[in-house]
Design a binder for this molecule. Structure first.
Ligand code: GLV
Ligand code: MN
Ligand code: MN
Length: 414
């Protein structure tokens, strides 16, 4: 029966859905711009709901706009197994980051429903709200609120660059889905499985079709605001300027040097940098930038992150500086039982696989604190991700969906 489910995975149908979903927010360079809670995402969610209806899944949505599509089990009162990922993207994102995990999950339950043998527990496909965090930071908002890591009330006032709040954007999504039944946040679940593209080069280099993800590296994020004073570019002498940009350049340079490591294991990124008022003839009065710091060793990320405030203070010059830590997630390991179940499923299906740690972040992080959680990776070409050129093969996509379907069916029968 289990092998039957994996055999039933339809590679063409999964690929077609990946291509169809990628039309919502498609960019001219072949990528996707489908920001969290945007109109493009609302349209993509409508497509998911339509597919779910055609398969006979029961939809529901919670107050954080996490979307659930349930294949009812034989004992629907038992806590369900959740499988899925996210469908929001970076502004210059690819077709597969997140979308693959949701559509592989949809394919898995589609295969089960065709086979007509329902698992004991309900299996729900989930699309978590705002994993990427590029419109509303920090990301993984839906999974954080669902698992109680963050309060709904705390995310509602978060603003995007245009000044829209999560509260307003959530209302647009929930209004568009007013016919979808509401679900409480944080209902009990039996476990969570997330399939995802690797976003690195290990599987490709090792010639492996699947990765059994052992854990996720640690991540800290900060927002730094440097406040100087706007003044006239022609009349203000250097000696009295309070130039927020020159202070920011000194701070960034000092941070970059402090985070440099010979082994090249520290991941330090300033991906957002805004200068105000950003015009040629005004000395900049304000700079606002982000820090994304990651490492797989808990002591290293603690030490490096703790150095940031001191380095900022020491290099701010004549400007004021405000440092806000938005997120501190330690490195984590998934339970061995989930890893070995995934590995066993891959082995039985004769799919080459290896264990590896995820340097990228995923909703599975927050689910891990809440219920038994595991992750499956498939290769992506040259490890390119958070880039419109992101690419995978239909065969690898189907192989990952087979492992997901088999592992999910087993877990849901427990
Ligand atoms: C997820 O998108 C991440 O930034 O790791
Ligand atoms: Mn992702
Ligand atoms: Mn991503």
């Amino acid at each position: 029966m289990i092998a039957g489910i994996a055999q039933r995975i339809d590679e063409d149908r999964l690929w077609q859905r990946l291509m169809d979903l990628a039309k919502f927010g498609a960019t001219s360079k072949g990528g996707v711009c489908r920001l969290a809670l945007s109109n493009e995402e609302i349209q993509a969610r409508a497509a998911l709901l339509a597919w779910a209806k055609s398969i006979g899944l029961k939809p529901s949505v919670d107050a954080a706009a996490n979307l659930f599509l349930a294949l009812e089990g034989r004992e629907p009162r038992l806590p369900p197994l959740l499988i899925g990922s996210h469908i929001d993207s970076q502004p210059t994102g690819g077709k597969f980051d997140g979308a693959y995990g949701v559509l592989a999950a949809l394919e898995a339950v589609h295969a089960m429903s065709e086979l007509g043998d329902r698992p004991r527990r309900t299996i729900e496909v989930v699309a978590w709200m705002n994993e990427e965090g590029s419109r509303f930071a920090p990301g993984m908002m839906g999974s954080a609120v669902f698992t109680g890591r963050r309060k709904l009330a705390d995310i509602l006032p978060v603003q995007d660059r245009a000044g829209s709040t999560v509260e307003t954007a959530l209302r647009c999504v929930l209004d568009a889905e007013r016919d979808v039944p509401r679900r409480p946040l944080g209902f009990p679940i039996a476990g969570f499985l997330e399939a995802h593209i690797e976003q690195g080069i290990t599987l490709e280099q090792q010639g492996c079709t699947a990765g059994v993800v052992t854990g996720i590296q640690g991540k800290r994020t900060f927002r730094i605001e440097i406040i100087g004073e706007e003044s006239h570019a022609g009349t203000t002498p250097r000696s009295v300027r309070r130039n927020a940009l020159t202070s920011a350049v000194a701070v960034v340079d000092a941070l970059q040097k402090a985070m440099w490591d010979e082994a090249d294991t520290v991941r330090f990124t300033i991906g957002m940098f805004e200068v105000s008022p950003n015009v040629p003839s005004v000395v900049p009065g304000k700079v606002h930038f982000s820090i994304d710091l990651r490492h797989d060793n808990a002591h290293v990320i603690e030490r490096l992150g703790n150095m940031i405030p001191g380095i900022c203070e020491a290099n701010r010059g004549r400007c004021e500086i405000a440092i806000r830590e938005l997120l501190y997630d330690a490195p984590l390991q998934f339970p061995e039982e989930m890893c070995s179940r995934i590995a066993t499923a891959a082995q039985r299906l004769c799919i080459s696989h290896m264990r590896l740690q995820s340097p990228a972040g995923h909703d599975a992080r927050y689910l891990h604190y809440f219920c038994p959680t595991g992750m499956i990776f498939i290769p992506c070409k040259d490890g390119i991700s958070h880039n419109e050129a992101e690419s995978i093969t239909p065969a690898d996509a189907a192989a990952g969906a087979r492992i997901l379907a088999q592992t999910a069916f087993e877990l849901a029968n427990q």
